[in-house]
Design a protein. Sequence first.
Lengths: 127, 133
Amino acid sequence: MAVSRGTALGRVRGLGSAKEGAHHWWIHRLTAVSNLLLMTWFMVSIISLPSLDHFTMLEWLRNPFVAVPMVLLTISVFYHIRLGLQIVIEDYLHGGARIAMLFLTTGYTLVAAGLSIFSILTIAIGA
Amino acid sequence: MASQPQVRPQARPLSPHLSIWRWRVHMATSIMHRATGDGMAIVGGVLFTWWLVAAAAGPEAYQQFLDVARSPFGVIVGIGLTYGLFQHAASGVRHLAMDTGAGFEVGTAKTTATLTFIFGIAATAALWLFILL
């Protein structure tokens, strides 16, 4: 009963009122799985390190098999954060507050991911 | 355009409203999924970035981060974040399974919801026993 919404053509396209269909939902699931894999690797790697001092951290991050997964983890995690916060904001905020928070969370995740990736590459490529 | 569907108001699904839901383990799991997600998104995201920027900035900046991380307050935040990670991962896997249409029977949903809390607490305890002992 409540299943049929919109025009016949709209239903065939399956993109919904936001014109992007299940894209948000799907990327949220893709990044959930990549987060699961990358965070498992991250937690195991971190607790396997002999110490967390500065020298050990730099040595660890200079390894390309650490730096590349760390960059991928940063992208996957902050993309997932952005999508998750959007869901909560759209559920509980309306009008101007919703728009403002969507700008804020988008800015926050882009800046945090940008700073993190720059820092990883600075250490990995050297300076 | 006689064949066009009639325009009528349709009930859209509503997001969970905390005040009208009775406390049950499956709804607590759902709320914890959001709470841990939000907590990690903000506190975890900022600390992760600080950690990497400090490591790139040099030994003094990194030492400032370590001093905070190793303080009693830092350890409490660390325990909270790791619990958030394990709890969110467990209820996230439960969500992925339920996305396939599995596990919606009341008994099963209740059991898997309880399991997310058991996993979250047990994994956090095991990790911090390993770190602190």
